[in-house]
Design a protein around this ligand. Sequence first.
Ligand code: AMP
Length: 593
Amino acid sequence: MEFRKLAEYYDRLEATTKRLEMREILVQLLGEATPDEAQRIAMLSLGKLYPPYVGIELGMAEKLAIRALRSVTGASEAEVEKLLAKKGDLGLVAEELLSKRKAQTILFQEPLTVDQVYTTFERIARETGEGAMENKVKLLTGLLAKAEPKEAKYIVRLVTGTMRLGVADMTFIDAASAVLGDISSFREDIERAYNITSDIGLVVKLVKVGGVEAVRGVRLRIGMPVRPMLAERLTSAKDILDKLGGKGLAEYKYDGERLQIHKDGSRIMIFSRRQENITHQFPDVVKKCGQRLSADQAIVECEAVAMDPDTGSMLPFQELMHRRRKYEVEKAVELYPVGLFFFDAIYVDGEDLMNRPLPERRSWLKEVVVSDETFGLTVAKLVEDPSDLDSFMQRAVEDGCEGVIVKDVSPKSVYRAGARGWLWIKYKRSYVSKLTDTVDLVVIGAFHGKGKRSGWYGTLLMSAYDPRSDTFKSVCKVGTGFKEEDLKRLKAMIEERVVRERPARVDSLMQPDVWVRPDIVLEIVGDEITVSPIHTCGWGTIQPNAGLAIRFPRFTGRYRSDKGPEDATTVDEIVEMYRSQLKSIVPEEGEAL
Ligand code: AMP
């Protein structure tokens, strides 16, 4: 496929914020592509080259892209700077500069193909070490020299990681199902394949190669992370046990980082909750799993918690962040060793356990995990009585946990990859009259600060995620809890994600000064949840023509970079929190408000 054609599709995608229309455009686009092209196009459209676990990102520095642009167009630095200040997007700058140049230089040029662009991007991304910068600039210059203005716009956006079409993995899942025919009949198969491979490009390719049969044939593979099973939230022990049919396995909810560990003989790989390969951050875990996971092949999940090496007590989640810095891993391993608390087994020595009930998976886990003081299964108790659950919860909090997760133990308690559901239910600290529990919200917009905050973004528009419609619904404006360093850090984070129009997946009545692509997840605590005519979270659920808002929200200081936007607190969770607040005000159960 010619790259020009893809650029035309991108123009069409950019021009709409309607999800249905986007899907239709993607269906046509995939229809025109070969299987390999479809795979590459899916990744590019999401602004990526590979699925997250490969760990190779496109993101070339803007200043390098400017160098390439200047060498192709002969523009001066001042000219580029001026245009960039005016347009605020290097892609548009590239388009304009190239359209001036076009008439004289491009004569008998072979058109660029999607494959050519993609493979050049691969080479750019893989350049490392000495001379890498120069080589990257050279490769990009070569590509831009062959590009038409419209193509240059997208080449520059893609290569600098600023592609903002508003399509997400879910949009491709819908589109891939529509390619097969009827969305509702095939969506489940497509989603299953995506959830066990974490690779939307691969799934799209399989759809093209072998239709639904190929998609159904997808199996778990060691080295390919499975998208994690997630929990819903309820706020009373009784509700939880009712929901689970009277019985559940209550487990401590540790406040650390979720690790999915893959073992293949002597090779250990560790994946984050967002499916990134983070093996290098945990050399100590690699070593220990080599010694203490008794299976030859396994996929298991645990929570890694930073421990105080002197007292053996659990430390706050933040201490794990030291491991994110490349040069500090060794030091962090010494200063902040981790304890591992295993809670699931997905695959063991040829046995795919995903469809087995939890008790069976847990017995496999017991077989595989050879425990010591800092390596073992989560503390767990089978509970059938709300007061039992409450005292177990208290014990968990006393032992330094956030609360508990209560899990279904019935025959239907399978591992539901990539999904939030009622098989796992979070139960965090109690709600008495105030909202004391934290929520993880996604930034969708920002307002310029005033007075002492001028020059920064003083207030952020926050949202909860609605998995049903795959949209982000506004739930509060937060302007407190930010230290000076947070304002700085957030400004940089926001600027990388500013978009000119409301992103397609954002649902908000409020109009911020700038829209932000939903990506940044922050932990927020508020005082209570109220009915609100201006926020769209839970619109119409409690009152017609009104949504829900968090009152007096504050940033806790915790950046949830371990969570993707789709892992944020959901609209349903906020609705449930609102309902539970009401219950705590009503003196007698059932009494009308
Ligand atoms: P949340 O991030 O609030 O949605 O809670 C779910 C997360 O809790 C999981 O993704 C795990 O990282 C973590 N977690 C801690 N303890 C457990 C446990 N016993 N079982 C499952 N998840 C746990």
